[in-house]
Ligand binder design. Structure first.
Ligand SMILES: [Zn+2]
Length: 178
């Protein structure tokens, strides 16, 4: 659960160094193109997938759709972060030599608990005006779409929860920048 929560948040922050803004700065923090043009082209192609995906999310309280362009950097960070932390968790289990015991009283695997805590990080309650403010001026997607968007793209999530192919949480098109 710690890997799913704070671990994914740490992964999120690291990924910012390689999002649409972070990628433009070199290791010394100077604004400098240090990628080949072909790499930048590929990056933009992959980012566009996320832009299209998140732009389709409709937030019913405000009646607005998410702005996939304004939120792309945060979405890149969310998608990369949760994946990195999941890989780190699996690596940790591998080094440990066996799966951890499961939590008593809950009928979840440890991998499922990883994802459940990633989702719980973003539990919130938001008023209409706040949604409007967030969606029209913010760089973060509304919390529920930070969860849905990042996990729709993550095959391990669908596998762990047995999501049917082409269902909402296991779409055929999966976006992946990192
Ligand atoms: Zn961020």
């Amino acid at each position: 659960m710690n890997y799913g929560g704070i671990g994914s948040v740490i992964g999120h922050e690291l990924t910012h160094g390689f999002d649409d803004q972070g990628r433009q700065f070199d290791k010394d923090g100077n604004l400098r193109q240090w990628w080949d043009d072909s790499v930048i082209e590929k990056f933009k192609e992959k980012s566009q997938c996320l832009i299209d995906q998140y732009s389709k999310f409709y937030e019913p309280v405000s009646g607005l759709n998410v702005n996939g362009i304004n939120t792309q950097g945060e979405n890149i960070a969310d998608n990369g972060g949760v994946k990195q932390s999941y890989m780190a968790y699996r690596k940790w289990v591998e080094q440990r030599g066996s799966e951890e015991p499961t939590l008593p009283g809950l009928n979840f695997t440890n991998n499922q608990l990883f994802f459940i805590n990633w989702a719980q990080v973003w539990c919130d309650n938001t008023r209409k005006q706040s949604f409007i403010n967030l969606i029209t001026t913010g760089v973060h997607s509304p919390e529920r779409f930070r969860v849905i968007g990042s996990l729709q793209n993550f095959q391990n999530f669908a596998d762990e929860f047995g999501c049917r192919k082409n269902s909402v949480m296991n779409p055929e098109t999966k976006c992946s920048v990192w």
